[in-house]
Each structure stands twice: as structure tokens, then as C-alpha cells.
Ligand binder design. Structure first.
Ligand code: ATP
Ligand code: MG
Length: 389
């Protein structure tokens, strides 16, 4: 049986970009996400896009999985394609949706004839296909108002038969909002933050700070694994690994202990911002949540934010940890985040971090050592790899 994926695109009524540009970005993204499985042909038709595999031996279930993670899609369904005659339609409907129909108590058939040359009207198609299903599957009842399963028969340039629409990933097509740079640690929060902002159409770069020998190669590999999991949604991520040891040691040696974390966070922001600018990213993204730790109180956030000249997106700012974990589980990053490797954030952490620092206090503390050459070197020595699921 020949099958296609019917895609309903989402929030494309944006100002600026027109519908067609949006659809083109979406199609490009779908094509890329499906590429490891084989090639597909895409056709735009009204508010749907039809994705048809170019060969029969494609892993269709995996293709559906992949489509379910593409942003910019509100809903999708798998449709069977059949010949334009009512007998073939009846047979295909039963063969394609029989298992689903056996699992429900009520159904209805929805006829949609856009090809007016087809000899039956929409209600006639619905009645005939419905009767055929009823006589083959028991016990099953028609419920036209609230059926558990709606069988849709669309007569277009080809005949498409499908069941209930599945929910898509929502959001906007990746790239339609430009590019931003995610500060990615090995924790639970930042992968979720990256997922959330890519949902709004942002392509992602990611920056990860490492402090060997205090942090291990395995900690870095864990971050690669996390980036790969996020890329199942966000598409390809350019992941920078930034050497941070020298800077952390200098902070420890020259700055007041209780300001260690905030100074470190400010340097992270400075470096990330430089990388972002070099790469055309228009914002930074962090996994911060108000009040979660000492470096995320409102005063602390004001201190770290003060060094940023581009917007800093913090999609988790108003969320509780359990709400963040719920998303982490859903996007499958949670288990990987739990692997217990050192992050550079936990190296040299002060026993009593300041929670009420001001940007002025930090500026003063940062004058005790000339960090500029170290920051420049960290940017220069950052190495990137492209990560794509
Ligand atoms: P996460 O669960 O994302 O690690 P967290 O609650 O542990 O967050 P912090 O360690 O204070 O919080 O870090 C706050 C944010 O700073 C992180 O969400 C992330 O965006 C960024 N960050 C922390 N450590 C690193 C790192 N080693 N490399 C890149 N970004 C980092
Ligand atoms: Mg962390």
C-alpha cells in the first residue's frame, strides 16, 4: 500500500515573511530531517503539505517519528493513496484503518471531494465507505458528532485516506527566527532551554565550557550526547567547546571567593557573546530559572545580564524544577542529564556565594586581574563540531 504523510503547518500567519516563504523553510527542514531515510517529494496543496517517499523501501515509521519532531507543524496524519474508484477506496480504507477501527467503538467517515470530476458527491462517498466498514467490523457504531475515529477520504489529484490527525511539534520552522547561541551545560535545564527556543524558530549554536583536568572528557561527551538529542528537534547544532581552566584558576587566585561564581558566569556570557557575534547569532539562551540557585537570584541575574549586549533568552525563568523535568523527560534528555560528571560550574564553588552582589561590586572585583587576554584566547581556542541526529 502506498502511503504519504499529510502535514498541516502551524502558525504561519506571521507578518513579514509570507506564507510561501514559511512553507518553503518548513519543507527544506522536513527534507533534511528525512534525508537519512531516503528522498521524498513534497507538494503544497491548500493548507497542507504532502510528503511522498520516492521509493517503497523507506522506513515509514521512522519517517513519521522524525516528522513529529519538526517545528512548524500543528498536526499530521499518515494517509494511504489509492485509485480513483469507489471499490478501491472501500478496500483501502478497510485495509489501512481496520486495526484502528477495531480499537474504537464509534467512528464516522468524512468525504472531501475537491476533484469535481469524480462521479460521487462527498456525502455519497461517506455513506458508501461507512456502510462497507460497518458490515466488516463489529461492533462499531457511527457517531457523527463525537466519533473516536474519523475516517477521511479526500478526492484530490490522488485519493488520500486517513484517520485522526496526530498532534505535531508546534512552534515555527527552524531558521524562520534566525539563529541564537545556547549556553549548554551537562545539566537538566539548558537542553530544555535550547529545545524551547528552537521551537520558536531559532537555529542553534551551542557553547560548552570545559575545565580540564577538573572536568573530564566524558563530561564533554555527555554534552555532545545532549546536543544530539536536542538536535532531533532543533536540527543541526554547531557546538563549540571552550577551554575555561585558565580563567577559572585566575578567578580563584585573584578575586574574592564569594564572588567566584558570578564572575565566572559573567565571563561565560562575555565569551559566548563573542562567539555568537562571530557566528551571526542574535541572542544568547541560558537554562536559568529564577531563584533556583544563588547565581540565579534576581540580583545575581542582574549581575550576569549586565555584561550582555545582545538579548538573553531564559525560557525557563518562571518554571519550577519539576516542570522543567517533565519537558526533559518528554524530549528524552533527562536520563542523559543525570549522568554524574563534573561540570566546570561545580569546580571551585564557594561555600558561601554572594546572593546580593551588584554589577558595580563585580566590576570592581574583576579589575584585580587582567582577564581580557584570557577571554580573547578562550574564544580563539574554542573548537566546534556539527551535531545532527
Ligand atoms: P543546567 O541544568 O542547565 O546545568 P543549572 O541549574 O545547573 O543549569 P547553573 O549551573 O547555575 O544552573 O548554570 C546556569 C546556566 O548557565 C545553565 O543553564 C547554562 O545555560 C549555563 N552554563 C552552566 N554551566 C555551563 C557550561 N559548562 N557550559 C556552558 N554553559 C553553562
Ligand atoms: Mg549546571
Amino acid at each position: 500500500m502506498k502511503k504519504v504523510i499529510l502535514v498541516k503547518n502551524g502558525e504561519i500567519v506571521l507578518k513579514g515573511l509570507n506564507r510561501s516563504t514559511f512553507e518553503d523553510i518548513l519543507i527544506k527542514n522536513m527534507r533534511r530531517r528525512l534525508a537519512p531515510l531516503g528522498t521524498f517529494t513534497f507538494r503544497k496543496s491548500q493548507s497542507t503539505i504532502v510528503a511522498e517517499p520516492d521509493s517503497d523501501d523507506i522506513d515509514f515509521d521512522e519517517a513519521v517519528e522524525r516528522i513529529s519532531r519538526v517545528f512548524g507543524i500543528v498536526g499530521f496524519s499518515v494517509a494511504a493513496v489509492c485509485d480513483k474508484n469507489i471499490d478501491d477506496i472501500k478496500r483501502t480504507a478497510l485495509e489501512f484503518l481496520g486495526d484502528d477501527l477495531r480499537n474504537v467503538r464509534t467512528f464516522k467517515v468524512n468525504g472531501k471531494r475537491s476533484d469535481k470530476k469524480f462521479p460521487m458527491t462527498s456525502p455519497e462517498i461517506a455513506a458508501e465507505v461507512g456502510a462497507h466498514i460497518l458490515s466488516n467490523i463489529h461492533p462499531l457504531k457511527v457517531d457523527v458528532h463525537a466519533p473516536e475515529l474519523t475516517v477521511t477520504v479526500e478526492i484530490r489529484d490522488q485519493v488520500l485516506i486517513h484517520g485522526n490527525q496526530r498532534k505535531g511539534a508546534g512552534g515555527l520552522p527552524i531558521g524562520s527566527s534566525g539563529k541564537a547561541c545556547l549556553l549548554l551545560s551537562g545539566g537538566i535545564d539548558s537542553p530544555v532551554a535550547g529545545y524551547m527556543m528552537s521551537k520558536r524558530g531559532l537555529m542553534l549554536d551551542a557553547v560548552h565550557f570545559v575545565s580540564p583536568p577538573y572536568t573530564s572528557k566524558r563530561a564533554e561527551l555527555k554534552v555532545h550526547a545532549l546536543a544530539k538529542l536536542v538536535s532531533r528537534y532543533s536540527g543541526r547544532i554547531k557546538l563549540y567547546v571552550v577551554p575555561f581552566t585558565e580563567i577559572q584558576e585566575a578567578i580563584k587566585d585573584y578575586c574574592p571567593e564569594d564572588m567566584f561564581t558570578l564572575i565566572m558566569r559573567r565571563h561565560m556570557m562575555r565569551i559566548a557573546q563573542q562567539i555568537a557575534e562571530n557566528d551571526g547569532c542574535k541572542a544568547l539562551i541560558t537554562g536559568e530559572s529564577l531563584g533556583q540557585v544563588a547565581s540565579q537570584t534576581i540580583d545575581s541575574l542582574q549581575c550576569t545580564n549586565a555584561v550582555a549586549e545582545i538579548p538573553v533568552f531564559r525560557p525557563l525563568i518562571g518554571m519550577d524544577k519539576d516542570e522543567i523535568i517533565e519537558i526533559a523527560r518528554r524530549i528524552d534528555t533527562f536520563e542523559t542529564s543525570l549522568q554524574p560528571y563534573e561540570d566546570c560550574c561545580t569546580v571551585f564553588t564557594p561555600k558561601h556565594p554572594k546572593t546580593r552582589a551588584t554589577a558595580a561590586m563585580l566590576e570592581e572585583a574583576e579589575t584585580m586581574f587582567d582577564f581580557a587576554p584570557l577571554l580573547e584566547r578562550a574564544v580563539k581556542e574554542a573548537r566546534y563540531t556539527y551535531i545532527e541526529a
